[in-house]
Design a protein around this ligand. Sequence first.
Ligand code: ATP
Ligand code: MG
Length: 721
Amino acid sequence: MDVSHILDPLNDAQREAVCAPAGHTLVLAGAGSGKTRVLVHRIAWLLEAEGVSPWGVLAVTFTNKAAGEMRGRIEQLLGRPAGALWVGTFHGIAHRLLRAHWKEAELPKDFQILDSEDQQRAVRRVIRELGLDENRWAPREAQWYINARKDEGKRPSHLQAAGDPWLKQMIAIYEHYEAFCRRSGLVDFAELLLRAHELWLQKPDLLAVYQRRFGHILIDEFQDTNTIQYAWIRLLAGDSGRIFAVGDDDQSIYGWRGARVEHIQQFQRHFPDTSVFRLEQNYRSSGNILTAANTLIANNAERLGKNLWTEDGAGAPVRIYNAFNEIDEAHYVVDSIRSHVDGGGRYDDNAILYRSNAQSRIFEEVLIQQGIPYRVYGGLRFFERQEIKDALAYLRLASNPLDDASCERIINQPPRGIGQRTLAEVREQARSGGMSLWQGLHHVLEHRTLNARALNALQSFVDLMERLRSDIAGLALAEQVEQMLHLSRLREHYQKEKGEKGRARLENLDELVSAAQVFVNDEVEDGEVQMDELAAFLSHAALEAGEGQAAEWDDYVQLMTLHSAKGLEFKQVFVCGMEEGLFPHKLSIDEPGRLEEERRLCYVGMTRAREQLTLSHAEKRRLYGEETWTRPSRFLAELPSECIEQVRMNGSVTPSAAEPVAEQVDDDAAMQLGQRVIHDKFGAGVVLNYEGGGRHARVQVNFENVGTKWLVLEYARLQRA
Ligand code: ATP
Ligand code: MG
């Protein structure tokens, strides 16, 4: 087999790593030196040169976006699909395993995933049930405690308070929270990893099956694996699996979430026959950017140390913009992007990076004013927005009546007269009977433990959910979503919210329908995991990082936190808010270890840039509703002056001349009453009724075999007979 197309586009050091001999491999190298490229080419090389089956390869990446890109690049090199290859994040892979082996993992078949906000609500609920004061026992802190223990592989039974009253209470909260999750069939993110690890420990036969299968395990961004992930990998590799890990100690930025850079050192101890490769040529950034980043990171004491160089010329100097305030900063950045595009560039050449999610708002405002398309990654991700979570909760509860978190969320959303007292009674019945809220609800209705008004309100909720469950059965996913939006009256509810916000919420609900429409259930592709489309979609929504906001082929400016920018690259990068207290973050300033992590984060941000890097700071900033005078970040002072160009404050606020883009609604699909139609699932029928228009037009059809159904015209596969 000719593998020159795999090896030729590599330099010597990269090629050596790609063709590394039997045993384990560790590639340690700086930003932009081709680690991810090496990993991709390694997989292609294994398949083509070593004749390894795609079925025997597992690749772990840090984000879903990276996983998608990686698969694409591998398939491009191979010139064919690599279906059975597993590529995913640790969480995604753990999820997939648990779906396939829910029985062995002692989970209900239709377990649901609790995202971080849901988890916090659940913890709050547990704290209340324990009769604790929320001000003293903050849900966030307890959540953090629980996740940190899970990341270390510890259950409540492994923990001892040893006379420490704070610990004793935390362990009690953890214990109750665990019981709550078990009762409700819920699994949080940390639990995914912990269960997957326990699955290996408790089911050695199953582990052996996967050990035989995955002869090759490849891990990108190895410096950011946490204890449980590393332990999971070690078990899976066993004695025969070959690990190929690539990483950069200078880019370890998840220490606060339990990632352990020491795994890089331990790796060579745990796996003695490891070949180590170093890559030193940077292919991403021009000279000035690279020199600036190298100089910055040299201020860290704790490093393995490396030397990165580029063949590229110096390129443009690194720009530092001194803004008057955050509005001026945003205008400067957006104007720079605009002139890049006016000069023939693209919007998606540009990334705006920031330390804190709250910084995105002002950029979003200016971008909207100027009619520039953009997309925010991370932060309040699409699937984490209130209206989307409401909508998903309806679907979750419809598919899993034990899901208390969802039940609690929507029982009175939109408001249907179920007040706090009624809810408290339902909770109490559920708690004392050891039942789910949904069962508690039925119990209250049966035993009529509340007044008639409250009972009516509860009954209407039960009726609604039952109708929803029966109506969506058998529908295509997008139709299920549409139907849910209709029955729940969520659209009407959010329509009442005035202004930009209400409009955005409605757009998001529409976007959810589109997301359902294009959703491809790839979890089932190798036939191991049996999951219906809705369940797969709901899991996807919980695991995915806001990738549903804009279509793939759109051209848009990308906004994200520095943390989510890891591994990515852009022609132009703006790192904003370079101010003491914001970046480095105020919580890290007094702790040398954390300050170094902030500096690594800055290094990650700077090394995302290929051609132009701009760093900006504002003299005055309004954030979290407070206005403060600021000082420039110490990181700016650490940069070498010969690579830098200071841009003077322009102070002016450019008026915008945005033209609103009219939405085009195609309304040609009107159906006549009495029209005979054919549906590809339900067969022949007659149109009885018709309502709405445009995207939300619905028809009622009386089908000969399945009776009457309401369908959304746009998604229903209806043909005139
Ligand atoms: P990071 O540490 O940021 O994750 P990385 O080490 O994974 O970076 P890559 O993303 O693999 O680096 O590569 C950086 C850029 O350099 C990519 O655009 C990649 O295609 C390019 N590149 C890497 N190696 C070569 C090479 N030998 N020839 C040409 N381009 C290369
Ligand atoms: Mg990479």
